[in-house]
Write a protein that binds this ligand. Structure first.
Ligand code: SAM
Ligand code: DTB
Ligand code: SF4
Length: 353
């Protein structure tokens, strides 16, 4: 019989690979047991994504429909207004989302972009939603400014194993990603960090991605596991599809390695059978993107997800509003003035508006 204790926080590559190689039902059984030690398995956190700045990105990520260099049909759009973002956030809240994630197709934001996103973050937070953003590489000062605007989570993925990374992205280094994650942690924000599977990587490389995630200075609080969404015009379009059970294994190993993290069954659900999704929830996935669009590609219909939750007796996790959040701060100060030097929230950050 196999031991039931989860691996320690610094697992070797071999140990992670050994988990992947377990008999499928044994692996899923162990992951389900660990999941129950840390979470109510009927609760699933739901986030809604919004692309606040779409397309035209200078990077060459081989999976991405938003890279300007690939002819994918995605039309470049400039940064949305705070009012337009707020309208979408209200809709997301009314539909039942507890977190709102704003994505931008940037390599790295300019300081003036950060001032605008900070304003969006404060406004979304004031609706009582948790906030998340994914804007590319950040400096320490930019991370501080986002934190003081009320950003709860920053999403920045490792994407794949260090040794496969160079086959997918050439315009920035793996180390750049680690540096941004350091800035986010140092600013006191929670990290949302995971990767993509189904890009033609080997099982060993999937193990390498998860091992790297599990040996970061702290486990990311949220770990998105994306299945590649193949988009015509991107170099990875036409990649051989991953066996769905291998996807479930990846979720299970993520759960075992990072037992207290939220594991997000992320992109790729629209292409996934309901039964495979059910296996993912059983194997420890406890968070999803909810709403008909991811950033530029499709996601299951809201009605379909509501029905799936009913069929599986799952419940959306409710957000607990803590005293002293930015929400409360905004009520006190009425209107945060982001036009002053720094982000204007009195935290002392140096990002100019
Ligand atoms: N531009 C910023 C960046 O790259 O950090 C933020 C947005 S970017 C679209 C966020 C993440 O979406 C990527 O790191 C990648 O993991 C995921 N992603 C992008 N295109 C994808 C696709 N076709 N399938 C699955 N995941 C994808
Ligand atoms: C993450 O790991 N997956 C999300 C979110 N973080 C930003 C993005 C998925 C994007 C899928 C392709 C698209 O819709 O453009
Ligand atoms: Fe640009 Fe992000 Fe897409 Fe890479 S993943 S091309 S950085 S939008």
């Amino acid at each position: 019989m196999h031991a039931t204790a989860p691996p320690t926080s610094a697992p070797s590559r071999e140990a992670v690979r050994a988990l992947f190689d377990l008999p499928f039902t044994e692996l899923v059984f162990r992951a389900a047991a660990v999941h129950r030690e840390h979470f109510d398995p009927s609760e699933v956190q739901v986030s809604t994504l919004l692309s606040v700045k779409t397309g035209g990105c200078p990077e060459d990520c081989a999976y991405c429909p938003q890279a300007a260099r690939y002819a994918t049909g995605v039309k470049a759009q400039k940064l949305m207004s705070t009012d337009a973002v707020l309208a979408k956030a209200r809709e997301a809240k009314a539909a039942g989302a507890s977190r709102f994630c704003m994505g931008a197709a940037w390599r790295s934001p300019k300081d003036r972009d950060i001032a605008k996103v900070a304003e969006m973050v404060s406004a979304v937070k004031a609706l009582g939603l948790e906030t998340c953003a994914t804007l590319g590489m950040l400096t320490g000062e930019q991370a501080d400014a986002l934190k003081c605007a009320g950003l709860d989570y920053y999403n920045h993925n490792l994407d794949t194993a260090p040794e496969f990374y160079g086959e997918i992205i050439h315009t920035r280094e793996f180390q750049d990603r680690l540096d941004t994650l350091d800035h986010v942690r140092n600013a006191g924000m929670k990290t949302c960090c995971g990767g993509i599977v189904g890009m033609g990587e080997s099982r060993d490389q999937r193990a390498g991605l998860l091992q790297t995630l599990a040996t970061l200075p702290e486990h990311p609080q949220s770990v998105p596991i994306n299945q590649l969404v193949q988009v015509e015009g991107t170099p990875l379009n036409g990649t051989e599809a991953l066996d769905p059970f291998e996807f479930v294994r990846t979720i299970a190993v993520a759960r075992l390695l990072m037992p207290a993290s939220m594991v997000r069954l992320s992109a790729g659900r629209q292409q996934m059978d309901d039964a495979v999704q059910a296996l993912c929830f059983f194997a420890g996935a406890n968070s999803i993107f909810y709403g008909e669009k991811l950033l530029t590609t499709g996601n299951p219909d809201v009605e379909h997800d509501r029905t799936l939750f009913r069929r599986l007796d799952l419940h959306p996790l409710q957000v607990v509003e803590e005293a002293g959040t930015v929400h409360a701060d905004i009520l006190e100060s009425d209107h945060p003035d982001l036009s002053q030097a720094g982000c204007g929230q009195g935290c002392g950050c140096s990002v100019a508006a």
